[in-house]
Every structure is written in structure tokens, then in C-alpha cells.
Design a protein around this ligand. Sequence first.
Ligand SMILES: Nc1ncnc2c1ncn2[C@@H]1O[C@H](COP(=O)(O)OP(=O)(O)OP(=O)(O)O)[C@@H](O)[C@H]1O
Ligand SMILES: [Mg+2]
Length: 449
Amino acid sequence: MSAYKILLVEDECDDREALNDALIDLGYSVVVAEDGIDALVKIKRMRFNLIITDFQMPKMNGIELLREVKGAGSDVPVVFISGHSTVETSVEAMRLGALDFFLKPVSIEAIKEIIEKVLERETDRTKVSGVSQDRYRLVTKDQNMTQLMDLAKTIASSKASVLIQGDSGTGKELFARLIHKNSPRCSKPFVAVNCAALPDGLLESELFGHEKGAFTGAISRKLGKFELAQGGTILLDEITEMALHLQAKLLRVLQEEEIDRVGGNKPVSTDVRIIATTNQNIETAIKEKSFREDLYYRLNVIPLKIPPLKDRGDDVIVLAEYFIEKYNRIDGRSVKGLTDTAIQLLKSMYWRGNVRELENVIERAVLLCKGKFIEEEDLFITEKPKTETAQKKSSMPLGSLREMEKQLIFNALDQTNGNRTHAAKILGINVRTLRNKLNEYRDQMKILT
Ligand SMILES: Nc1ncnc2c1ncn2[C@@H]1O[C@H](COP(=O)(O)OP(=O)(O)OP(=O)(O)O)[C@@H](O)[C@H]1O
Ligand SMILES: [Mg+2]
């Protein structure tokens, strides 16, 4: 059986079993989940090479699952299967970073094709020298950021807790890794836990572990992340999402340096440095009594506030060039840079999703760019430039997304003189998906004429 691990998320028993059997027949190792919540629990425990998920499911649908997975910083590819898709849902899925979208009944040939594509890409990634060691590199030429990095390195040697605040995608996790890497703990584990990704009960046993028989389903003792991080660093992401009773337990860990496993009867001593992050306003959470003030003071021994990308001067371009190089290597392209108008557009944006959003834009542009330089239209930015209204939450009309997708597909077909296989390759989608979409457009035309 291949070491390649797939998570199959499907609430309908018959569909789940059929696809599971087919994937096993192909030689893959498969873990099944019955809904999005179940999937998140499994994702926390294991690393998957691919997630195949149904779209409509109780508790948490496929899009919500994708949001959680990407929000937790995971780059695992996600493929959707759906009984009743609309162009809007498939575009929304693609926009959030899904790899492909299939309509039920799913042909196993199509699934096999996509798995092979993902495998190929993974092999390429590991073959490309430097990519893995570059993975956590913090790139900046901005003076404030450089000072913050120097500060992070200086405080790395102590065991004091650090609270990193900053908007989503600003690089909080990279800062946490920088501190760990420069600390005397660097040869010990760095363990990250996203406090928002698990329900309270599960988070407690995830952090502190449990004894055999502590609750139904606790068939054996499980070590928590604190014990797994022994001697190293634990990153508690999105700390403000932690329930109050767990905050009390965490406070005890900070004060006593020991943890209580769920169902355990004696504390276990720990030696772990705690780094917490939040993209919420923690002072407001304290005022609203959803975050303990005493815990805040314990965590905030060393505060680091990461500025949003829009306040980092020319970093937008410095980072864009860094990402062009990165994706040139990964995708085997040789894009030389950005045209002046593309630079102006990047500089004029608000970048609500900060560096993560910029990276996604550049990754796509490198893949789709026809010439040597990335042009304004290769960026596919539909959001308005930095204005007061642009600061409000974006609400891109689905109609325009639909148009954008159509335009992307026609551009790719133009570029390949109508060769669907090549066009699908450029778009990074399955040729079957491309065919389905073209059929949809044709049907729409029929309705209009
Ligand atoms: N200065 C930087 N240089 C290079 N890559 C960066 C930089 N800042 C962020 N990134 C990249 O942007 C993405 C988001 O970074 P990271 O996960 O550290 O952000 P975050 O602040 O923890 O986000 P969130 O609040 O959503 O958890 C990652 O892929 C990271 O590698
Ligand atoms: Mg993060």
C-alpha cells in the first residue's frame, strides 16, 4: 500500500464506502470522516497528502471545512465532490484554494488523475533544492519589521512567554518559528495547536492528553501537545478562542509548570516555552470577559505586534519578487518579474489577507502568466484599490467571479489554440472539470439565444 494518505470526508454512507473501496483498490491508504468536524479532528492527528470532501454535509459543509484547513495554515490539497454544484459554489471553492471540483457520480479515473497530479507536484517540491529550508523564511526590507525580527531573536534565549498579535496572514507563525529556531530549544520539538479548530472537549485532551478510560472512546492513554513539546516550544494559535475553563487550566500550567491529563490523578511536570498568537483585539476580549486578564499578563511577558502588510512600505514588491522566484522553482517557470502597471496595482491594494493573500495572488500569476513579466491582468485582482470602502469586508459579487472564471478558461483555451488538455493543465484543473464547465457555458448560451 502506498504511503500516500488520503482523507475522505463524506456523510453519505454508500458514497463513502464506494469511494473508499475504489481508493483502496488503487493502493492508497484512506482515512474516512463522516462530516467536517470529524475531519478536523483527524487532520489534527495526522498529516494527509490529499483531502477529498463532499460539499453538502451536516454540521460543517465542505467550504467551511476548506476555510478551517486553509485558515490553520495547512497547504494540503483539497478536492471537492458534489451532488448539486452551481458555478458559484465551485468558484467559491476554487477561490478559497480548492484544487478541483467534481460532480457526482465521480469517475474513479478522474480521481486517479488528480491524485497522480498532486503526487507529481509533491515530488517536484521535494526535488527543488532550497524550498523546504526556505519554507519558514521571513522576508522583509522594512525597518520596523527588521527591528521586530531582531527583537524576536534577542528574546529567543529566555523562556518567557510571548504574545504575538497581528492581523491574519501577517506572519505570526513565522515569528514563532523564528523565536524557536534561535532559542536553546531549537533541537527540541516545535508544536503548533490551533485553539479555534477544535471543540472545547477535544482541545483539552489535545493539549493536555488523556488517560485510558477518561471518557467514552478513550481506549488508550494519549499524550497531549504539551507533553509532545517537552523541552521545546508550543504555539497556541488563536488563543482568544480558548474556552474560559481551559484558560484557567493554561494559567495553572504557566504558574506551576505542570499539566493534568484528562482523567489523570497526578500532575505531570512540563518544560515548554509558550508562544500565543491572536488576530483578535485581546484587550476587547478582556473587557468583554471572554479572556482572562491574569492569563493575558502571564502570556504577554514579551509582546510582539506584527504590522499589516500595507504599512510595510515596499515590502509588497520585495515579497512579490520573492514569491515569483519561489513559484518559478516549484512550477518550473521562468517569470522574470512584474510590469510597472502590475507593481502599481500591487502597491495600491489594501491586502486584508496580508502576506498570505499576496502569496496566493503571485502563485496564480506565475502559473497563468503568458509572457516573461507578470502583467496587471495576470494578477486577477478584482478588489478595488486601498480606499476607505475597500477597508470594509470584501463582498465580491458572485456574478463577477463567474465571469472571471469564464475569462480564465477562455484565455487558457486561446493560449493553447483550443487544446483542452493543455488548457486544463495551465489552469491547474482536471480536463473533465474543464469539459463540464464548457458544457455549462454552452447550456447558458442556449438559454440566452
Ligand atoms: N515576511 C514573510 N516572508 C515570507 N513569507 C511570509 C512572510 N509573512 C508571511 N509569509 C507567508 O504567508 C503565509 C501566512 O503566514 P503565517 O501563517 O505566519 O501568518 P499568520 O499571521 O500566522 O496567519 P493567521 O492569523 O491566518 O494564522 C505563510 O505561507 C507564510 O510563509
Ligand atoms: Mg497563524
